[in-house]
Design a protein around this ligand. Sequence first.
Ligand code: PLP
Length: 405
Amino acid sequence: MDFIKDIRSQFPILDQEIYGKPLVYFDNAATNQKPLRVIDALDNYYKTINSNIHRGVHLLSQQATGAFEESRKTVQNFINAQYAHEIIFTRGTTESINLVAAAFGKKFLKTGDTVVISTMEHHSNIVPWQMACEAYGAKLKVIPIEETGSIIFEEFEKLLDGSCKIVAITHVSNTLGTVNDIKKIIDMAHNHNIPVMIDGAQSISHIKIDVQELDCDLLCFSSHKMYGPMGVGVLYGKENLLNELPPYQGGGEMIKTVTFEKTTYNELPFKFEAGTPNVGDVIALKEAIDFILSIGYNKIATHEDHLLNYATAQLLKIDKLRIIGTAPYKTSVVSFLLDNIHPYDVGIILDKLGIAVRTGHHCTQPLMDFYKIPGTVRASFAIYNTTQEIDILVEALKKVKIMFE
Ligand SMILES: Cc1ncc(COP(=O)(O)O)c(C=O)c1O
């Protein structure tokens, strides 16, 4: 397809050989690659306007501040938040969730309360909540899933009792590819006046998210999983809720006044942005968003769904290959086991054939326990991947299988 060829030409890293073989990059759920416009934005920032923001009277500081706040507006429009100050810049999804769990826990959790998550959460959406529960005497409750990797909604409903103070759940499973029906989850929780935090780390580059349409209370995602630079994340929160939460970290920027006796805190979004932020990377995130929008989510979904369906069909033709995660609605991730060959061995051999996949538990150990497996091999796709690359993977897996016979 010509348009994919054009897209690939914007990603210089893809045009290289690994051990003498053309690189096939299928580790996109871990991090995806960056188009030139993102790399150039970063380069340009450090060459032309690098300076600290918000408090500078000099021109460079004003320019950097302008570009930084422009990025905030871009994120606001991207997810259709009502206000720019509902967008908090963090280091990534992990920091966004830690912020929510720590601040929400301090304000709202007490002995006997529950926090509801699901079986398919990434450790980033388990451990911060465990820590908050431990600190305030609350309990973590887990929504069970079917063997396919779908939420059991009847069981979810049962957890929405008077003790539940928040539901924190992933939009897309990084291990299974399951796309959870977050609109339904949010509506069900709201029927009981329970707020919902969505982990959007794996959905943001594949699925259009409109926080107002979803009526989502909190949303977390990472720039590096959406063609943007590493080291930047976003926390979106409804204004009223964010205003109720106490600050997460103390330091510069997040204060209004400081005396040795008492500190008063800044307004949103600065209340949650203590210290010097990652200015250059935040500015380059705007380019990543513009890259996604320049293609459009419809085109992205059509291409990636095609890759997912093609990969699923081709992989299932391999004898004794078992796909883990067969929910009816999935995106861009295929996890599998090849006969009884350890996923790590498969990954090592694929690497020597130029194919980058991820192996292991994918930071979802409780999910591996559910399936009673140590890990999987995971191939995950992005807009620049092709069916020819999937053919290369399939042929390579056949070779791996022969080697272990
Ligand atoms: C579903 C999910 N949540 C959270 C994270 C954590 O993201 P980060 O490491 O960018 O903070 C990941 C990363 O793989 C993820 O897949």
